[in-house]
Design a protein around this ligand. Structure first.
Ligand SMILES: *Cc1c(COP(=O)(O)O)cnc(C)c1O
Length: 329
């Protein structure tokens, strides 16, 4: 196996906290809930992309890049963390965002601007279709751009979550905990794929349930196919056993509601319950929906009362402010 520390450019503060959700567990009448706080990775308000960027930016620096380019939705947490990583490492950052300039920037977009990123508006092309053109233009100007994939989901990004599962395993051992299930938001597949490879390396049997956030994967592939391909290629990249098949992937697509970033009653309930029983802020697009999925599964009786279930908080709370109108209560 490759030596992970050699590839890694430190950007965040790890390990992130792991703790029990006693208030929420009690309010729901079980199972025993825990949370992994990747909302506290420390890079400009944190989130799961910090883990991916440590490996991606490590590769960019090794290549001598002077500019990062990536893409996302207008309230992308990935873009905000990429902008912060670039600022920290003295690199320029170009963000290709879906939609049009709203004039007054709020939430993550406000932070992108404060962090000094250059924003390109891409209209309908919210998954980075315009990146090659912008990269060519930068090269023509003598720059050395490095393309950070959509959602940070390639082998390097997923490697961040292989390491994350090792980190969790160490914390769990110290706290004498053994999780039966891990539940998390799944959108571009890197978190899911990395956790799967990490689980195999640690020889753990805990169930990994991704809650799908978006109704569609990329144009060519379903999210499940993306997760499978990335798990295989990440394991290959790390020189470890890459025998995965579709049956290894637990992706729940029952909670996508009215589509990406459309906030409904289920997300509002999940956000307010977690805030009021735990004092923890979720986000409207990803973790609010993933927690709505976890609540749904609990109410359906998917877990036994004695089971230990970990919710992986993947960040995103800056977007709360951008969706204030949908969260009034
Ligand atoms: C990007 C993101 C996710 C999804 O992670 P993927 O690796 O893209 O599946 C979940 N939660 C938040 C807050 C995110 O920003």
């Amino acid at each position: 196996m490759k030596h992970l520390e050699l590839l890694r450019q430190p950007l965040g503060f790890f390990p992130t906290p792991l703790h029990e959700l006693a208030g929420l567990s009690k309010a729901l009448g079980g199972p025993q809930l825990f949370i992994k706080r990747d909302d506290l990775t420390g890079l400009a308000l944190g989130g799961n992309k910090t883990r991916k960027l440590e490996y991606i930016v490590g590769a960019a620096l090794a290549e001598g890049a002077d500019t990062l380019i990536t893409a996302g939705a207008i309230q992308s947490n990935h873009c905000r963390q990429t902008a912060a990583a670039a600022a920290k490492m003295g690199l320029d950052c170009h963000l290709v965002l879906g939609g049009t300039d709203p004039g007054i920037a709020t939430g993550n977009l406000l932070l992108d601007r404060l962090l000094g990123a250059k924003v390109h508006w891409a209209g309908e092309n919210r998954k980075g279709e315009d990146i090659p053109r912008i990269a060519r233009q930068l090269q023509a100007e003598g720059r050395k751009p490095f393309v950070v994939p959509y959602g940070g989901s390639n082998e390097l990004g997923a490697t961040g979550f292989v390491e994350a599962l090792r980190e969790l395993g160490e914390q769990a051992d110290m706290m004498r905990l053994d999780f039966d299930h891990i539940v998390f938001a799944s959108s571009s597949g890197g978190t899911h794929a990395g956790l799967m490879v990490g689980r195999k390396l640690l020889k753990k049997s805990c169930r990994l349930t991704g809650i799908a956030i978006d109704k569609v994967g990329t144009a060519e592939k379903s999210l499940k196919e993306q997760v499978l391909d990335l798990a295989v290629s990440t394991a290959r990249y790390l020189d470890v056993d890459h025998g995965f098949d579709a049956a290894d992937i637990d992706l729940n697509e029952d909670y996508t509601g009215d589509g990406y970033a459309v906030i409904g009653a289920a997300e509002r309930e999940a956000i307010t319950l977690t805030a009021r029983y735990e004092g923890i802020l979720l986000d409207p697009v990803y973790t609010g929906r993933a927690m709505a999925g976890l609540l749904g599964l609990i109410r359906k009786g998917a877990f036994a009362k004695h089971e230990k279930v970990l919710f992986w908080h993947t960040g995103g709370s800056p977007a709360l402010f951008a969706y204030a109108d949908k969260l009034q209560c």
